[in-house]
Design a protein around this ligand. Structure first.
Ligand code: PAF
Length: 281
């Protein structure tokens, strides 16, 4: 497995692979990889001849008071995980390699990005769309893999690829969870022992909501209230949002009639965690 930090070098390697008729699968990440990323890399290596993982903590998708400075890093551990999961190349550029001092092009999306995480993180998706489109231009993958945990990000990337005619298939992959149901996330490592126990409330609240949907509940307000009651019972939890939205447009809905995303963002202490599920009727 190769480790490269230069755009030029990565482009050369990929050009050679394409010359040989090999297909390329791509997993963009910010590092500190866990079993969720591992499952994406494994799937990509089953479906493609070559697999590239990018590891880049993208500064432009973090707001002023977010965790950019403290974002966890462990390149040695990440390298071992990538190697064992079947990656062929890790692209690990630094900020200077990705962004010129006078970089001034931003990929901005109206709609889809204004609700949910976009509400509390207003510049986040412009940062994500910009870096992901730049990475797609560098890697030119046949398929790119994203986790369903970041459901809004997945919907945004799919729409960006469609709107800008980027020639890549976006593959959404299921959420990987801890045994007690907490969705795997690099940010789980911020949690103290007590907070880690409290974090179970995310999945617990969604499970109850799912059960009531399965029993026939169709009112978004009732679903939101049921999730709110569960979260409020945990004293370390503070709600950022609980929303019921159309799974394609990310717009709030009152009555559940078609594919629906039930998404939550909760602070456990200082750590912001997200989780969701899609309900298809
Ligand atoms: O999901 C992430 O880790 C990031 O948002 C991504 C897609 C790698 C872009 O920086």
């Amino acid at each position: 497995m190769q480790l490269e930090d230069r755009i030029k070098k990565v482009k050369e390697v990929i050009k050679q692979w394409k010359k040989e008729g090999l297909t390329v699968g791509f997993i963009p990440t910010m590092g500190y990889l866990h079993e969720g990323h591992e499952s994406l890399i494994k799937k990509a290596s089953e479906e493609n001849d070559r697999v590239i993982v990018s590891i880049f903590v993208n500064p432009i998708q973090f707001g002023p008071n977010e965790d950019l400075e403290n974002y966890p890093k462990d390149l040695d551990r990440d390298t071992t995980l990538c190697l064992n999961a079947g990656a062929d190349l890790i692209f690990n550029p630094d900020k200077e390699e990705m962004y010129f001092d006078d970089f001034c092009t931003i990929v901005n999306m109206n709609g889809l990005t204004e609700n949910l995480c976009g509400k509390s993180r207003p510049s986040h998706f412009a940062g994500v769309c910009t870096v992901v489109s730049k990475l797609f231009n560098i890697v030119t993958p046949d398929k790119a893999y994203f986790g369903q945990k970041d459901a809004q990000q997945l919907a945004v990337i799919k729409r960006m690829v469609r709107d800008l005619s980027i020639d890549v298939e976006i593959v959404g992959c299921s959420i990987i969870r801890e045994e007690d149901g907490l969705a795997k996330s690099s940010r789980n490592t911020y949690l103290s022992k007590e907070e880690r126990i409290a974090a179970i409330v995310l999945n617990k609240s969604l499970k109850l909501a799912k059960e009531s949907l399965e029993k026939g509940e169709r009112s978004s307000n009732n679903i939101i209230n049921s999730i709110k009651n569960t979260i409020d019972s945990e004293k370390l939890a503070k709600i950022d949002y609980i929303q019921v939205v159309d799974a394609l447009s990310m717009e709030n809905i009152q009555e559940i009639k078609g594919p629906t995303l039930i998404a939550i963002a909760i602070y456990i202490g200082k750590t912001r965690l997200i989780d969701n599920f899609t309900f298809k009727m």
